[in-house]
Design a binder for this molecule. Structure first.
Ligand SMILES: Cc1cc2nc3c(=O)[nH]c(=O)nc-3n(C[C@H](O)[C@H](O)[C@H](O)COP(=O)(O)OP(=O)(O)OC[C@H]3O[C@@H](n4cnc5c(N)ncnc54)[C@H](O)[C@@H]3O)c2cc1C
Length: 321
């Protein structure tokens, strides 16, 4: 469907974001014979990576191939896939929501599910953005096995760099932590030393890539340390403006609060995947989408039954006459 089409019929559910979380929800909802649309801006978080790792039965698949398969499956059961961006979701006067797409179309929906993911804020150093997802990495569970037994670095910008360095020992015995902008405490130094993580002090000037794979780390004082991969701690920022616009409550870290099925604090609004949980991997994002779809469908059945009961009660006296 082209995003300029005018859509007026009420959807049971409109899903904002068609990554693993949103598409998984759409598949389950479409199979439950719900009228569902998925609006997707086409920028999944893991797009820079060559493969998805750790997804049972899909290990090594290209991220785009997984989404292509998911889109075909959801569309096969009747889900409408719309390329576009949701600009705003507002409560509708008669109940439900109005989902406004960039460029004009408005989709009315009984429920909305937000699965817009998160944005990774990366250290502003030459080489980081160019090699992100290839040899500049953040998640050992996604990439550790592929760089096992190789010389690894950790570019420290936050205290969690220490835990990241210790974790990486599971994959390589050659781990160097570059303190860069992090001041290590005595205790942190002791823990790293006890596990034989090498500590290199001083600010890092750039990652040495020379328009090719990462070769090492260059410090501001000119020293260079050869490394095959460097791990960073991205600042994970939820793409949650649709949720905040609806008034969904957040926790003290700023993440939207949901129950185990993805239900937010605003009735009819659901949030799944990385937009609500920075820890979620592809397989867990897909699982959250499935759980939310089941929760949403049950809620719709409840609503339809309550309406039917009300109609029956109001019709009953007339029938008896
Ligand atoms: C470099 C890298 C490699 C990774 N490798 C792995 C791995 O190997 N294995 C693994 O399990 N996990 C991996 N991850 C984590 C993985 O990317 C996430 O777990 C997963 O993408 C979360 O899925 P999601 O559906 O919540 O969000 P996403 O996949 O990010 O999908 C969100 C979608 O919503 C769209 N969107 C955003 N805003 C709007 C809007 N307003 N309107 C419409 N659409 C919108 C986006 O364009 C995007 O298509 C990796 C992450 C990174 C950064």
């Amino acid at each position: 469907m082209n995003h300029t089409d005018t859509v007026t019929d009420m959807y049971d559910v409109v899903v904002a974001g068609g990554g693993a979380a949103g598409l998984s929800a759409a598949l389950v909802l479409a199979r439950a014979r719900r009228r569902v649309a998925v609006v997707d801006a086409g920028e999944p978080r893991n797009a820079p990576a060559g493969q998805i790792r750790g997804f049972l039965s899909r290990d090594g698949m290209a991220p785009a191939a997984l989404l292509e398969a998911g889109r075909a499956e959801a569309a096969g059961y009747g889900a409408h896939l719309i390329d576009g961006t949701v600009d705003e979701i507002t409560p509708a006067a008669g109940g439900g929501f109005l989902v406004r797409l960039s460029g004009g179309p408005v989709l009315p929906a009984r429920r909305v599910l937000v699965a817009t993911g998160l944005r990774d804020g990366l250290p502003a150093l030459p080489g980081v953005r160019d090699r992100w997802g290839r040899d500049v990495l953040h998640c050992p569970y996604c990439h550790g096995h592929e760089v096992r037994d190789r010389p690894l670095g950790v570019l420290a910008t936050e205290p969690r760099a220490v835990d990241q360095a210790l974790l990486l020992l599971q994959w390589s015995g050659d781990v160097t932590l570059f303190t860069h902008t992090l001041e290590l405490t005595g205790e942190q130094r002791e823990r790293l030393a006890a596990r034989e993580v090498r500590i290199v002090g001083g600010e890092v000037r750039r990652l040495i890539t020379d328009n090719g794979p990462l070769r090492g780390v260059e410090l501001a004082d000119g020293r260079t340390v050869p490394r095959d991969a460097v791990f960073v701690q991205p600042r994970m920022v939820p793409r949650d403006t649709l949720l905040s616009g609806l008034g969904c409550p957040v926790d003290d870290q700023g993440w939207t609060v949901t129950d185990a099925s993805g239900r937010t604090g605003v009735p009819g609004v659901w949030a799944v995947g990385n937009v609500a949980d920075p820890r979620s991997q592809v397989i867990t994002a897909a699982g959250m989408g499935s759980a939310a779809a089941i929760g949403i469908n049950h809620g719709l059945v409840e609503e339809e039954t309550a309406r039917a009961v009300a109609r029956r009660r109001s019709a009953a006296p007339a029938r008896e006459e």
